[in-house]
Ligand binder design. Structure first.
Ligand SMILES: Nc1ncnc2c1ncn2[C@@H]1O[C@H](COP(=O)(O)OP(=O)(O)OP(=O)(O)O)[C@@H](O)[C@H]1O
Ligand SMILES: [Mg+2]
Length: 359
């Protein structure tokens, strides 16, 4: 049967032609390259001085333009990355973390080095990492570490928050997870980061039927993700490691389970200097300030500087003369801030550390 194609063909027609030509492609991509095919049809017709059918133009475009210019697969991949909000982050993100900040050394040795020194890793039988969990109190830098890894490797960074998965109701989470993993396991050089991951991997004991099915879906997808021998990473972060299902944390599903907790004084000073450099400041005596920041997380330091900057701005505005931040301004502001960490959650983290950490 002769199929009729008109010039204002729709996405469905475009897809149909691709299918007839033996190519299964992404619907959005089909409508993107459709105008190019129509143009190609015109060029080809001019070249051979006779009207070329759309199917011939389509086959010729796929075989001679797409396969030489760039691979269909690459275009599809870029499209997919775009849709998932993938970003390439600046390499400097890795340098914002001091060498002494836990767990930078662990992350470097267990994750970054095997992926950047692949031949040496292979020689010694070191398996490339695929799946990682970061756990720890809020604001300690779990997301920041995931971003820093992507930045260091110069891989795409895709963040999936649990709200992305829950946006269409609890009943759809399982199928959304399935869709996500279907895409993720076919991508190379990508870090997929799932935040608040206890929401999709919580313990099945005492869970509702829907919650159980979500955890089951996740448990099913992780081994499938690992089976594809690709260079990509799945990083999950949680504040509540104790809430995860025991089957998630047992060896075999995740290569590393890494705590992200308290800062050491050097790291605190590096982060402090980073935020200080964005302000209008005079001499600042770090030695008297840093010990006062005990129990402050990176997020607390960010908030502290947000308050300091506002204070300085308002002061200069109301007094109409230059205002520079001093040691005294900072100490007064520290006294008004409540750090996130407490001695209790540090000791809880130590317990979790002993129980769950694995790398
Ligand atoms: N060296 C650093 N290490 C960690 N975080 C840093 C560092 N420097 C700056 N930050 C900033 O600290 C803030 C808090 O970090 P982040 O959002 O990664 O915490 P989190 O552990 O993911 O928090 P949550 O549990 O609430 O998701 C971020 O704005 C991050 O950019
Ligand atoms: Mg986070």
């Amino acid at each position: 049967m002769q199929v009729q194609y008109d010039i204002s063909s729709t996405k469905e027609q475009a897809l149909r032609i691709f299918e007839i030509c033996g190519h299964k492609i992404d619907p959005e991509l089909a409508s993107d390259i459709w105008p190019k095919i129509l143009q190609h049809k015109w060029v080809l017709s001019e070249k051979i001085a006779r009207d070329v059918g759309i199917k011939v133009a389509c086959i010729d475009f796929i075989e001679n333009v797409l396969s030489t210019d760039c691979h269909l697969h690459d275009i599809q991949k870029n499209k997919m990355l775009n849709r998932m909000g993938a970003q390439i982050l600046d390499e400097s993100v890795w340098e914002t973390i001091s060498e002494s900040q836990p767990p930078k050394q662990i992350v470097n040795k267990r994750i970054v080095l095997p992926l950047t020194q692949e031949r040496l890793a292979k020689k010694h039988g070191v398996a490339l990492p695929r799946t990682i969990i970061f756990f720890g109190p809020p604001g300690t830098g779990k997301t920041h570490f995931a971003r820093a890894i992507a930045a260091r490797l110069q891989w795409w960074f895709i963040e999936v928050s649990s709200s992305d998965l829950t946006s269409e109701g609890a009943d759809r989470i399982g199928s959304k997870l399935k869709d996500l993993f279907e895409v993720a396991r076919n991508l190379d050089e990508v870090v997929i980061f799932i935040d608040e991951f206890e929401e999709i991997a919580e313990s099945r004991d005492n869970a509702s039927r829907t919650e159980k099915s979500i955890t089951n879906e996740f448990l099913k997808q992780v081994p499938m993700f690992r089976r594809e021998k690709r260079k990509n990473l799945l990083i999950c972060a949680t504040n509540y490691i104790r809430q995860l299902d025991t089957a998630i944390v047992r060896p075999g599903r995740f290569d590393c389970i890494i705590p992200v907790g308290d800062l050491d004084p050097k790291s605190r000073a590096l982060i402090f200097r980073h935020y200080l450099s964005n302000t209008n400041h005079g001499d600042v005596d770090m030695d008297s300030i840093i010990p006062k920041l005990f129990l402050f997380t990176p997020a607390d330091l960010e908030y502290l500087f947000c308050k300091i900057s506002h204070f300085a701005f308002e002061k200069e505005y109301s007094e109409s003369r230059e205002f520079k931040i001093t040691t005294d301004t900072i100490i007064k502001m520290i006294e008004k801030c409540q750090p996130t960490l407490t001695r209790q959650n540090i000791s809880e983290l130590e317990e979790d550390n002993a129980h769950y950490t694995r790398y």
